[in-house]
Design a protein around this ligand. Structure first.
Ligand SMILES: Nc1nc2c(ncn2[C@@H]2O[C@H](COP(=O)(O)OP(=O)(O)OP(=O)(O)O)[C@@H](O)[C@H]2O)c(=O)[nH]1
Length: 342
């Protein structure tokens, strides 16, 4: 029996890892043993550590590049490693600039096509920012096209961070989504909390002799929905033109580390000001930092221009990964160093 693959896509900071955490918790409750591939643009494995901290799971990590373009060849090797562990399903979390169609096509290539089947592609949108991205990212036409492909190739669109916007914005998002994808189910949520039953439908522990995974006609939210997913058992793929469709966006990551022996002296406000002053070009930042007060190590996340903090048990040297469009690395590094001199 082929192993079902669920692809999690969506722009930077939209809520993919939050969704993956729920999926892993639900999988655990069902006695499933999933394999996970996480891809990060930066050199540091921030999300993998979050996952490990919350679920105790180890994941296959592909760092420092995007598996839909610059690190494409490594995806196959990584999936082979996971297959050797005989997982019940495989969850692939893409980078925010990845085109999920590329991954879907990679699954159709030999030898993977004999072992894997695409079960679902879910794309997460940040309700607060998604309508702005076309104009904000217009300098990078590849990226704008990739964001459209994230929507058009999805079976399920999760409009996340609904807690941060008015109902009117949600209607506008639905209208914009429908221009790209008339079929996908759309669900509105916060902290990526959806009904996971349809997503995991037909995926069972390997010991149980159950037929191949199938899409269930259940809805992703509790209220009844009229649309029923077609029982196709896989994502419909459109005609492929790799040269035109790969991401290769201008988004890049820069890892900023604390200077050797630097005393813990920075405040939350200083980090928040640092991110804000990076301006529109900074799209995402995340890392583990030490603050001046007696606080434990903090996981800091900057997404959609908001900064959030969470206690962390990260034991390594502190760092922050900054991800952005045309980041001025020299300026950023200088401003970062200046933080420690003040
Ligand atoms: N207010 C609010 N914050 C959210 C919601 N969902 C996620 N977040 C926060 O948004 C930040 C990014 O969430 P992630 O799940 O890491 O997003 P991601 O898409 O995996 O991010 P990258 O893979 O790094 O691009 C975190 O600080 C989350 O706690 C939501 O519905 N509402």
């Amino acid at each position: 029996m082929k192993i079902p693959v669920i692809i999690l896509s969506g722009f930077l900071g939209s809520g993919k890892t939050t969704l993956l955490l729920s999926l892993l918790q639900e999988s655990k409750q069902r006695g499933l043993n999933p394999g996970v591939v996480m891809n990060e643009l930066g050199q540091r494995d921030v999300d993998g550590y979050i996952l490990q901290e919350h679920t105790g799971m180890t994941v296959e990590k592909l760092l420092d590049g995007c598996i839909c373009c610059s690190r494409k060849e490594e995806l196959g090797e990584c999936l082979q490693v996971l297959l050797a562990r005989r997982p019940d399903a495989i969850f692939i979390e893409l980078t925010g600039v990845a085109n999920p169609e590329e991954i879907a096509y990679a699954l159709l290539e030999a030898p993977l096509r004999d072992r894997l089947t695409l079960h679902f592609t879910a794309t997460v949108l940040d309700a607060e920012n998604t309508l702005e991205y076309n104009s904000r990212l217009s300098a990078d036409r590849h990226l704008v096209r990739t964001l459209r492909q994230q929507i058009s190739s999805a079976d399920l669109i999760i409009v996340n961070k609904s807690d941060l916007v008015e109902q009117e914005t949600l209607w506008k998002i639905e209208k914009a989504v429908r221009k790209q994808n008339i079929e996908a189910e759309i669900v509105y949520t916060h902290y990526s909390k959806i009904n996971l039953v349809p997503l995991l439908a037909g995926i069972t522990p390997r010991e149980l002799p159950i037929p191949a995974p199938q899409r269930a006609p259940q809805t992703f939210k509790s209220a009844a929905m009229t649309r029923v997913l077609p029982d196709s058992g896989g994502t419909a793929l459109k005609e492929h033109d790799t040269a035109q469709e790969t991401s290769y966006s201008q988004v890049a990551a820069l890892t900023l580390t604390f200077p050797q022996g630097a005393p813990a002296q920075l405040t939350r406000r200083q980090f928040e000001t640092f991110f804000r002053e990076c301006g529109d070009n900074l799209l995402r930042a995340k890392g583990h930092v030490i603050l001046s007060d007696d606080e434990p190590v903090q996981l800091v996340q900057y997404a959609g221009m908001r900064t959030s903090w969470e206690a962390s048990s990260y034991p390594g040297l502190p760092y922050v990964v900054c991800i952005g469009l045309n980041l001025n690395e020299a300026l950023l590094t200088e401003r970062w160093s200046a933080l420690f001199r003040s």
